[in-house]
Design a protein around this ligand. Structure first.
Ligand SMILES: NC(=O)c1ccc[n+]([C@@H]2O[C@H](COP(=O)([O-])OP(=O)(O)OC[C@H]3O[C@@H](n4cnc5c(N)ncnc54)[C@H](O)[C@@H]3O)[C@@H](O)[C@H]2O)c1
Length: 274
């Protein structure tokens, strides 16, 4: 059901690789709510994924950009402003990758070249994006910027490795930059801490299927799906949340407030009985 929450609004969505991507669902929901979009991803992801189909369906353009390249981000911002005929209102940063996770490096045996890449792609790209947007004065007053994160920034999760450090930095950038952008241009910046979700990036985490099952059993409302996430993000882009900024917002069916659920206890007890 659509509510016209984003009627007249325009925004950039980073990170739709394929139909499982959280960014894909956000783009679909934002369009349903009346937004005009520009999509972006790396050249490789555009080639290997299916973002072109999404752009065709939404009647919009895809601008290639490596989120670690300031030059690409400047070009993306210019192209989006040309496409929209001026400033725009929202951005979703849905970008993450860890070569250490991909290569299965243990946390006590990180490759530091890989760690730099993890931090650059998954966190510093957010600062670069924000700096380019503010320098170019690309976002309308009371605009909204959201990045996706995970609770491993606050608590240690086996297998999440250096992505946890990247997410901690990402959330810190949202607070620090939120103060500056809010004061100067009334632009709000938040991170949404999403349940584990079976996407291409998600499935790269070791033991993802068990992690999903554990989180499902722990969360009173069950895991939040990518579609649920899209609904939430759309409210954050809307005018209904104009004073929400510099927050890390859990979107996880209650998981982050749980210690132990009856369902998990039951599985554990049965496991011990075997
Ligand atoms: N899937 C989960 O369990 C989960 C949970 C919480 C948060 N998140 C976060 O959600 C976001 C989206 O991930 P997803 O799960 O939808 O997976 P996904 O694999 O569909 O999306 C990740 C995207 O990052 C893009 N990307 C990688 N390197 C890039 C670069 N240098 N420049 C620009 N884009 C680049 C990829 O092309 C891809 O589109 C990530 O930040 C991820 O950490 C995912």
């Amino acid at each position: 059901m659509a509510y016209n929450l984003l009627k007249g609004k325009k925004g950039i969505v980073f990170g739709a690789l394929n139909e499982n991507s959280i960014a894909w669902k956000v783009a679909e929901r934002a369009a349903e709510e009346g937004a005009e979009l520009v999509l972006t991803n790396t050249e490789v992801s555009i080639r290997l994924g299916t973002i072109g189909q999404l752009a065709e369906r939404l009647g919009t353009i895809v601008v290639p950009a490596d989120a670690t390249s300031v030059e690409d981000l400047e070009n993306l911002t210019d192209r989006a402003m040309e496409h929209f005929g001026g400033k725009f209102d929202f951005v979703l940063h849905s970008v993450g990758m860890s070569p250490n996770v991909r290569k299965g490096r243990a946390y006590g045996d990180l490759d530091y070249g890989f760690l730099s890449k993890t931090l650059d792609i998954s966190a510093i790209s957010f600062h670069k994006m924000l700096q380019v947007l503010m320098r170019k004065d690309a976002i309308n007053d009371w605009g909204s910027i959201v990045a996706l994160t995970y609770i491993a920034a606050q608590r240690t999760f086996a297998g999440y490795s250096d992505m946890a450090d990247a997410k901690a930095l990402l959330e810190s950038f949202a607070r620090s930059f939120g103060a500056e952008y809010g004061r100067k241009h009334h632009v709000r910046i938040n991170t949404v801490s999403q349940s584990p979700t079976m996407t291409t990036a998600g499935s790269g985490i070791a033991g993802m299927t068990d992690m999903l099952d554990f989180a499902e059993r722990m969360s009173p409302l069950g895991n939040a799906t990518a579609e649920d996430c899209a609904n939430y993000v759309v409210t954050l882009f809307s005018d209904l949340t104009r004073k929400v900024t510099m927050q890390n917002l859990y979107h996880d069916g209650g998981y982050s407030s749980m210690g132990l659920s009856e369902d998990v206890m039951r599985v554990y007890t049965q496991g011990l009985a075997k």
